[in-house]
Design a protein around this ligand. Structure first.
Ligand SMILES: Cc1ncc(COP(=O)(O)O)c(C=O)c1O
Length: 435
């Protein structure tokens, strides 16, 4: 199965002429989703008007090298079999789907299901692409993995991949996130990763990306930059999507087997967009409504949220073109979310494309709604979700009420152990969120 979707989506075939894309948002050309994964991104890493690779000249060969190496290994049965073995024996895949009956019954008749990415080794979906990136680094003869992290989940997953493959690891993390996500910082250190604190700007995810990029530019000959989401310059949006698609491929099969049909709706939280595109891509050709859930934080004012797709516009940042939140000077705007893994001022280019096509709807959940979902999923189902994933659960709870019947599948991208100290300090026993 893995071979099929890794190789299939990595073959760059030119668009077949069924598209008539124009730049700008809210334009909806006709699209054949049965051939979509074959056609996007195109050979330049473009999803319509988004994506690409806007790089300083010295880094162009480095990204071309990564791109060519990926094209080679994604067709290699040796690589694919090794990744399959790692997923089964080391990661604990496939992760199950679970029917949240008690939570559903508290809301009404619509049934909520969760895809348990929190049960992945290291506690989140991030390991899905990190093990792939680690294997790629090994193939390329690199000795160091470099990345940024927000919530620390990508950092922990990459440090784990580095330990597994016997590579060095350097993780850049904003000082605010370091203070908020201490358990993950300790885990990275135990795994022998070098954690580089980032103390400029808002000291969160965007600054961590700047810092990791800078370090990679100095060390690209012996290192590989393992971007933590389905964004950045080509080929990362493609590679991360391919590696994360195990979520949706498994979920589609499991849901059919469990219920005899597909869900009416699926949803996932959107930071940079990796767990969500991993769930969504295998459902694109189905009659299933798809929702990406962005963080509304404290409210709609600039600086109080990180809902890039909802409030952003087309721009360029960190080497790719997408929808992003910008200030009047078109610099990345300050962003905020209670979930450190969601406070990024942009989103992967494929999301921007699918948004404009109208295939995915983007909605928001606030800090308070996410906290209510955090406590309700914990107390009604015995599952403590990550604050990032709590945004998707919050939306599913809202939507289930609105739908009244049918089913909704939520990607539970990670577990909440990393968030406990922060949550308890800020919200106490959470009784204010229970009915
Ligand atoms: C558990 C979890 N879910 C979701 C995200 C958001 O990232 P993405 O949108 O790439 O899935 C993060 C990021 O750190 C995370 O840790």
């Amino acid at each position: 199965m893995l071979f099929a979707y890794v190789a299939f989506s990595a073959i760059w075939v030119y668009p077949e002429g069924i598209l008539s894309l124009r730049s700008g948002k809210h334009h909806a050309p006709t699209m054949n989703y049965n051939t979509y994964l074959k056609n996007y991104p195109d050979k330049d890493g473009r999803f319509g008007v988004y994506g690409g690779a806007m790089l300083p000249p010295e880094l162009i060969p480095a990204f071309e090298e990564i791109s060519m190496a990926y094209q080679t290994i994604c067709h290699s049965s040796q690589f694919i079999n090794e990744l399959r073995r790692i997923r089964r024996e080391f990661q604990g895949r496939p992760t199950p789907i679970y029917h949240c009956e008690r939570l559903s019954n508290k809301i009404g008749a619509c049934q909520i299901y969760v895809k348990r990415e929190d049960l992945n080794h290291t506690g989140a979906h991030k390991l899905n692409h990190c093990m792939g990136e680690g294997l790629l680094a090994k193939f390329m003869g690199k000795k160091r993995l470099i990345a940024e992290t927000g919530a620390g989940q990508h950092g922990v997953a990459l440090a784990t991949a580095a330990a597994f493959f016997g590579l060095e690891c350097e993780i850049h993390m904003g000082e605010i996130d370091i203070a908020k996500q201490q358990p993950n910082v300790q885990r990275m250190k135990v795994l022998a990763a070098k954690v580089v604190p980032v103390s400029h700007g808002l000291k969160t995810l965007k600054e961590a990306v700047d810092s990791a990029f800078e370090s990679y530019a100095k060390n690209y000959k012996d290192s590989i930059y393992c971007i933590g989401s389905a964004l950045g310059p080509h080929p990362f949006p493609l590679m991360v999507r391919d590696f994360q698609m195990c979520i949706g491929v498994e979920a589609r099969e499991q849901f059919l087997e469990m219920t005899g049909m597909l869900p009416d709706a699926i949803c996932a939280c959107v930071g940079g967009g990796s767990n969500s595109i991993g769930l969504f891509a295998p459902f694109l050709a189905d009659d299933v409504t798809i929702y990406g859930v962005e963080p509304l934080g404290r409210g709609t004012a600039m600086g109080d949220h990180a809902a890039s797709m909802t409030y952003g516009e087309k721009g360029i940042m960190h080497g790719f073109e997408s929808i992003m939140l910008m200030d009047e000077s078109r610099d990345p705007a300050p962003v905020y979310s209670i979930a450190s893994g969601l406070d990024y001022p942009s989103v992967g280019p494929e999301h921007a494309f699918l948004h404009d096509l109208g295939r995915i709807k983007y909605e928001t959940a606030s800090d308070d709604e996410a906290m209510e979902a955090f406590f309700k999923l914990s107390r009604y189902e015995g599952i403590i979700p990550a604050l990032e994933s709590s945004h998707a659960v919050a939306f599913a709870m809202k939507k289930a009420k609105e739908m009244g019947t049918g089913s909704i599948l939520v990607n539970l991208s990670g577990r909440g152990d990393k968030d406990l100290d922060y949550v308890i300090e800020k919200y106490g026993d959470g009784s204010q969120f229970m009915d």
